[in-house]
Design a protein around this ligand. Structure first.
Ligand SMILES: [Mg+2]
Length: 242
């Protein structure tokens, strides 16, 4: 069956893997939030940062338990952070600034997307993320590839995360609803991406470059349909299947 669409994971796939201290993202937020409210946060926000980290962990924990998704606003709600708070907007900006260096695309992406489009293949994105669609699309726009994306689904806007079959079904619908067997999914996580895509009837290409923490790995016995040490290798794999 000819390939009609290639759908990509974001973190560790379209963006290269970075090892990140996940405590620091919440410290960046909480420090600024607390500075606007020193009476309520005499410790400068450290305790708030700890609670935000715990709430985030709980959100991702749902992935293993029920496959349910989480969003940044759930973290805010869980710890009593209000978007009306005088420190909120600046804190959110500090949080995004913390992440900014880790959001840039792999340099292969523009050539890869152009190559897929030349072949008449639609391009999709399916990401497990607590961030909003607007935020992700702003990053794609900054890096000049937003116009190539035919359909994108973020788990923050649906009830499920990968590897739930409904997450993949939503992504397939977003790229025009081809037969899943005519779709390829490209991702760096064996359980969420390779196992999830294959179970939903797609081909799966594994990006083997991410140093995923052991506590985030879920053992599963699967063999990807292809492996792409470089993102551009995806074009060769797709050509081989045409
Ligand atoms: Mg990933």
């Amino acid at each position: 069956m000819p390939i009609e669409a290639v759908i990509f994971d974001w973190g560790g796939t379209l963006t290269p893997w970075h090892a990140i201290d996940l405590e620091q993202q919440w410290q960046a937020f909480a420090r600024v939030y607390a500075a606007a409210d020193a009476e309520r946060f005499p410790d400068g926000g450290q305790e708030l940062a700890d609670r935000m980290r715990a709430a985030e962990r709980e959100g991702w924990g749902r992935l293993k338990e029920s496959g349910g998704s989480a969003r940044l606003t759930d973290v805010f709600e869980a710890v009593g952070v209000s978007t009306d708070h005088p420190g909120h907007d600046a804190a959110h900006a500090a949080y995004e600034e913390f992440w900014e260096p880790h959001t840039y695309l792999d340099p292969d992406v523009p050539e890869l997307f152009a190559g897929l489009r030349e072949r008449g293949i639609r391009i999709g994105v399916l990401s497990n993320t607590i961030w909003s669609r607007q935020y992700h699309r702003r990053l794609f726009e900054r890096d000049g590839v937003l116009e190539f994306i035919d359909g994108d689904v973020y788990s923050s806007e649906i009830p499920y995360v990968k590897p739930h079959p409904e997450a993949f079904a939503a992504a397939v619908r977003a790229v025009g609803d081809p037969d899943p067997a005519a779709c390829v999914y490209v991702g760096d996580r064996v359980y969420e991406d390779v196992h999830g895509a294959q179970r939903a009837g797609l081909r799966a290409v594994h990006i083997p470059n991410s140093d995923i923490p052991v506590d985030q790995q879920i053992p599963v016995d699967v063999t990807p349909d292809g492996t792409a040490p470089r993102l551009l290798d995806v074009l060769d794999l797709v050509d081989g299947w045409r």
